[in-house]
Write a protein that binds this ligand. Sequence first.
Ligand SMILES: [Zn+2]
Length: 120
Amino acid sequence: MSRSRELSILDEDGEELVLDTDDAAALLALTDDFDTVTVSACPTCRARVVACVALVDLLGAAPPYARARELLELAEDAPTLHLYVHDLGTSCDHPTWRDPGFTEWSDVVEGYDDARRALP
Ligand SMILES: [Zn+2]
């Protein structure tokens, strides 16, 4: 059982849900790698922008998932239509992810990362 941080899911306010390796693997299996809810994604890692409404629908129709309630709350309370998935297990700089989704993603995720690094 690995408990390392694997995926972080953020809303535009910086509300964050962190999934460890097992929870992330379960969610990716459940959502088919977010296939149907992805708005925009990095071609080479798991960083992506997902649609809140589609994710809520998907989780509602999916088998029970341990973190579903937290994820649903994040999606339902999100200030915008999107959530931002941050792949914590990669050093990918997303060099080939070049569309408006990436700009939106990096504004949220990198802004939040900078704030986190600035903490003592
Ligand atoms: Zn990437």
